[in-house]
Design a protein around this ligand. Structure first.
Ligand code: SAM
Ligand code: DTB
Ligand code: SF4
Length: 329
């Protein structure tokens, strides 16, 4: 291909780049809002059908009592929240939830466990769940904490499609939010998941009291991973009583939309999930998120431990916005 034919790096259909600098990401955040939205929409339309939304359902298979100290999390044993510690759910109960999620219209079922990292015996129990959920015709996702390379390969062998492990924030702000494991630990788990051939689901949380520069740092880190995560969840902090972040001021919803738009532009082929936080978000803000390039949601009345919109409300919203479920990729 001659230089003249090469796609301009800023063109909507330019191939994904992995060398995003903070300056470039900051410049996107700083764009006038109409310009940012136009660019995000152009990129979105070059890679996806703009009316299609990937539908995932979450289940907490092991709730509470977690030894980590993530300041946002109601499941950490370090904080006094209303979440009680529970044992790993039995296989048949997980499969019943997965069947219900499938029958309600989800194409992916995500199983979350409040672990720092799974013990090998626990991993085997989750492997049986992955096999069972897959046999129902659903895509599978798990989020179990840190994994070794061997554990990631084991999950791949039983057919796990996606592994969720978030970077959560910029490297600098991360240290103010979690002390019990490092950013580097997270990058290593992501590398193990990628090397095992499992699709990566990795994003973060905004609204934790971080600055725009931290949001810039988070997106720049995600967008300069050796391969972009196939799925990028952008969570708005759910402020849970008893956690250290419970009283943080609400983030301006337009700044949240900007974060989605910048994720869409910098990771053009990734599915960007409008993740936690929709329960407290207006339908108009959610509509702007879809216009900014978000194309996935969690569907069903509960996230892991906190509320999410009722299915009927989401179905009505999708109908009003002419959105339809995306077929599994
Ligand atoms: N324990 C595992 C781990 O942390 O990797 C898996 C479950 S953990 C609950 C999965 C993700 O949920 C976290 O990385 C975080 O991004 C998100 N999360 C947890 N609490 C949240 C909250 N209050 N608001 C928004 N997102 C939250
Ligand atoms: C992600 O990024 N968000 C989801 C999923 N991955 C596991 C979790 C949101 C949790 C919100 C708080 C709760 O319900 O406990
Ligand atoms: Fe534990 Fe995960 Fe919650 Fe952190 S986010 S406290 S690791 S369940």
């Amino acid at each position: 291909m001659s230089i003249a034919e090469a796609p301009h790096p800023a063109a909507p259909d330019a191939p994904p780049r992995h060398d995003w600098t903070r300056e470039e990401v900051r410049a996107l955040f700083d764009l006038p809002f109409p310009e940012l939205m136009f660019r995000a929409q152009s990129v979105h339309r070059a890679h996806f059908a703009p009316g299609e939304v990937q539908i995932s359902t979450l289940l907490s298979i092991k709730t509470g009592g977690c030894p980590e100290d993530c300041a946002y999390c109601p499941q950490s044993a370090a904080y006094d929240t209303s979440v009680r510690a529970d044992k790993l759910m039995p296989l048949d109960a997980v499969l019943a939830e997965a069947r219900a999620a499938r029958d309600a219209g989800a194409s992916r079922f995500c199983m979350g466990a409040a672990w720092r990292s799974p013990k090998d015996r626990e991993l085997e129990q989750v492997c049986a769940m992955v096999e069972g959920v897959k046999a129902l015709g659903l895509e599978t996702c798990a989020t179990l904490g840190m994994l070794t390379a061997a554990q990631a390969r084991r999950l791949k062998a039983v057919g796990l499609d996606y592994y969720n492990h978030n970077l959560d924030s910029s490297p600098e702000y991360y240290e103010k939010i979690i002390t019990t494991r490092t950013y580097q630990d997270r990058l290593e788990t992501l590398a193990h998941v990628r090397a095992a051939g499992i699709h990566v689901c990795c994003g973060g949380i905004v609204g934790m009291g971080e600055t725009r520069e931290d949001r810039v740092g988070m997106i720049a880190t995600l967008a300069s991973l050796p391969a972009h995560p196939e799925s990028v969840p952008i969570n708005m902090l759910v402020r849970v009583a008893g956690t250290p972040l419970a009283e943080k001021p609400r983030l301006d919803p337009i700044e949240f939309v900007r974060t989605i738009a910048v994720a869409r532009i910098t990771m053009p082929r990734s599915v960007v999930r409008l993740s936690a936080g929709r329960e407290d978000m207006s339908e108009e803000t959610q509509a702007l998120c879809f216009l900014a390039g978000a194309n996935s949601i969690f569907y069903g009345p509960k996230l892991l431990t906190t509320p999410n919109p009722e299915r009927s409300r989401d179905a009505a919203l999708m109908d009003r916005l002419d959105l339809s479920p995306m077929a599994p990729i």
